[in-house]
Design a protein around this ligand. Structure first.
Ligand code: WTA
Length: 650
């Protein structure tokens, strides 16, 4: 993609107020951390690794054979032991690990001791069901305590978890079960969504019917609805754990043993199984949770309002906060149910001190009005975070003023499923904050914005974001597909330069501004969806001949999905069919992938070599002036499309 495209990728159609600087409130961060880390970045990470409890010391901090890294080689530890037992042994068993808030208003509090007991019981149940070290376990659960419990139980016995977001369809679940070859699935009878019960077990059954891999299914009873049942395969969670011992020895794991697989969208239709390992991952999620949120485990009430089904939840609801012995909130429901002030009611009730959420949520809060947060006492908050997509300065300012009361520093954190942990962010008390900028690399990380040739751009320049040094929480490979790992991340500028797939620019002070994806990956409400994935879902509808999908700027969700569809033979276009196609995609992938618009077209604009002109479709979708299209094989289709997209409804 050429330079101007990167610059316009996220800035097009938006107004940016002149950058303002907000000195963050001074906290305990040591101003020398950046220097310390630069002096010897491997020792810096080693220092953080030493905060954890190791069963065997490592021999070598880093073995880097680009593009493969091994951290803390031959060290042994257990993640669950570090997240639970270590704190109990230090006398903090009575501290609350999670205050859980159910959607219907039910609540549950788990201390570190209670959480550890539950984890051990389920670990023992899993062992009895035949799950062992290295086995893959798929987890398809809503935001209930059993979700982190199941993850930690896997970690305790050395099984590899693969969590699938409960909002994903059964088809998405099948693909992930097959790719990881999981024999065990953990799910629930149903999940609550704005007062309704979503029949999760039925979706799980549809998935298990489409693949014969799953031999054991454990079902948590959450909603109490009737569920289909297969004798021999299905087991109730409460029954398999009923007589289990609340003690289970944590399995000594190699630092490089796989902790989990998490699938994310790439530029092709097939999701990538991102592989995270044990020692390095835990080291970096623990260090970043501590420094980025300036966390004080004895007094903070920390709330990361993501879903554990995404990496944000893995790293900053489960592993990072628990590794620090923090007290967290875990909320099951939607931000607008039963009222649009649900978040503020929760902050007030639990006196949350840290809130970490996504720009898309912040923009929804803005839309719902500042009166809602103003109706609650939010004075407990002292730090705010943002993640998932570039935050527009208007939303930043609103968040700062109406949620943070003008006093809370905001950390805008850039990272990816692949990076495992936060990579670019201000540090409270140390780094200035500019609304809309993620500012600078976390200590020890080397982030470089480069041009097409891989040359670093000077301040004021724009280009591609790269990471030019291995980091502990980095992905190790793609599950079962190392060639794709090399190809996707380490081929563009050489085997030791990680290509993030994001456009970025440096301002005159050298601070980093992320501009959005430069590949065919869309970012809808902070969730990555590939254009190809949605296209594949569309063309598998019997009436569709061809489809091209692009993202357009959307005020609320960052990007919205627009689908250009050509029908087969003499199929008739209609609003009903457009609605049917949108639903079809929702069923194939999940509601989050449902196109906002479906535009029918007799043909798609293509180059003479037959390549679909996606950039042009994006321009059409965003209502931009179109450049010269006369070189296209079918130029007249473009004006027709541009005309019809003007009347498109949401
Ligand atoms: C985008 C989410 C700008 C980016 C943790 C990245 C961001 C993708 C930010 C990863 C941010 C995430 N500013 N863009 N603070 N945080 N992104 O894998 O495009 O779901 O490549 O991980 O989200 O999304 P993922």
């Amino acid at each position: 993609m050429s330079e101007p495209a990167i610059e316009s990728l996220f800035t097009e159609g938006r107004t940016f107020p002149p950058p303002q600087e907000f000195a963050a409130a001074a906290h305990v961060n040591d101003p020398s951390v950046y220097d310390q880390a630069e002096e010897d970045w491997q020792s810096w990470w080693e220092g953080h690794a030493r905060q954890l409890r190791w069963m065997r010391d490592w021999d070598t901090t880093l073995e880097w054979t680009p593009p493969h890294a091994k951290w803390f080689v031959n060290g042994q530890l257990n993640v669950a032991d570090n997240c639970l037992d270590r704190h109990i042994d230090a006398g903090h068993g009575g501290r609350v690990a999670f205050h859980w808030i159910g959607e219907p208003g039910d609540t549950r509090t788990l201390t570190y001791q209670e959480l550890c007991d539950e984890v051990c019981k389920f670990a023992n149940a899993l062992k009895r069901l035949g799950v062992g070290k290295g086995d893959r376990v798929n987890i398809y659960l809503p935001m209930i305590p059993e979700l982190p419990i199941a993850m930690l139980a896997c970690a305790r016995i050395g099984a590899i978890h693969s969590v699938v977001f409960a909002g994903f369809s059964s088809q998405a679940l099948v693909n992930r079960i097959d790719d990881a070859d999981s024999k065990v699935l953990i799910t629930a009878d149903g999940s609550y969504r704005k007062g309704n019960v979503v029949p999760l077990k039925e979706a799980a059954d549809a998935a298990m019917g489409a693949t014969d891999r799953v031999e054991t299914c454990v079902v948590v009873q959450r909603t109490g609805n009737d569920v289909p049942w297969t004798q021999g395969r299905d087991h109730w969670y409460h029954e398999v754990t009923a007589d289990c011992d609340a003690h289970a020895e944590p399995e000594p794991m190699d630092a490089e043993d796989v902790l989990y697989i998490l699938y994310t969208s790439g530029t092709t239709g097939k999701p990538k199984g991102i592989v995270h390992t044990t020692g390095g991952y835990l080291t970096q999620v623990a260090a970043t949770t501590k420094l980025v949120f300036d966390l004080k485990p004895e007094s903070d009430v920390y709330w990361c309002a993501a879903d554990i089904g995404w990496v944000t939840g893995h790293s900053y609801i489960v592993y990072g906060p628990l590794a620090n012995g923090a007290t967290s909130l875990l909320y099951e429901g939607a931000p607008d149910h039963p009222g649009k002030d649900r978040f503020w009611e929760i902050v007030e009730t639990y006196k949350a001190t840290i809130l970490y959420t996504a720009p898309t949520a912040i923009r929804a809060f803005m839309k719902w009005g500042a009166e809602l947060p103003a109706g609650h006492d939010l004075s407990s908050l002292r730090l705010l975070g943002s993640v998932g997509e570039p935050i527009n300065p208007e939303a930043w300012m609103w968040y700062h003023q109406h949620i943070g009361g003008g006093r809370c520093p905001i950390v805008d954190t850039w990272w990816q499923t692949e990076t495992g942990a936060i990579m670019i962010t201000p540090l409270p008390g140390l780094t200035k904050a500019k609304p809309g900028s993620a500012m600078r690399a976390f200590p020890g990380i080397k982030a470089v914005v480069v041009d097409e040739q891989g040359k670093p751009v000077p301040p004021g320049g724009g280009g591609y974001l790269t990471l030019q040094r291995p980091w502990p929480a980095m992905l190790r490979t793609l599950w079962g597909d190392d060639p794709r790992y090399r190809q996707t991340y380490w081929s563009r500028y050489g085997e030791d330069v990680y290509f993030a797939g994001d456009g970025a620019k440096l301002d005159e002070d050298g601070h980093i501004w992320l501009l959005g994806r430069v590949d065919d990956v869309m970012n809808v409400s902070g969730h990555r969806i590939s254009t190809t994935e949605v296209e594949s879902a569309l063309v598998d509808h019997p009436k569709v001949a061809e489809a091209a999908v692009t993202g357009r700027v959307d005020e609320l969700t960052g990007q919205a999905i627009v689908a250009f569809v050509t029908l087969r033979g003499d199929e008739e276009t209609s609003d009903a069919l457009a609605a049917e196609l949108r639903e079809h995609v929702a069923q194939r992938i999940g509601k989050l992938a449902r196109p906002a618009n479906v535009l029918f077209t007799p043909d798609l604009p293509k180059t003479r070599s037959g390549k679909i002109m996606r950039r042009l479709l994006k321009d059409i979708a965003e209502g931009r002036e179109l450049g010269d299209v006369t070189t296209l094989a079918n130029a007249d289709i473009v004006s027709q499309l541009a005309e019809s997209s003007k009347g498109a409804d949401e």
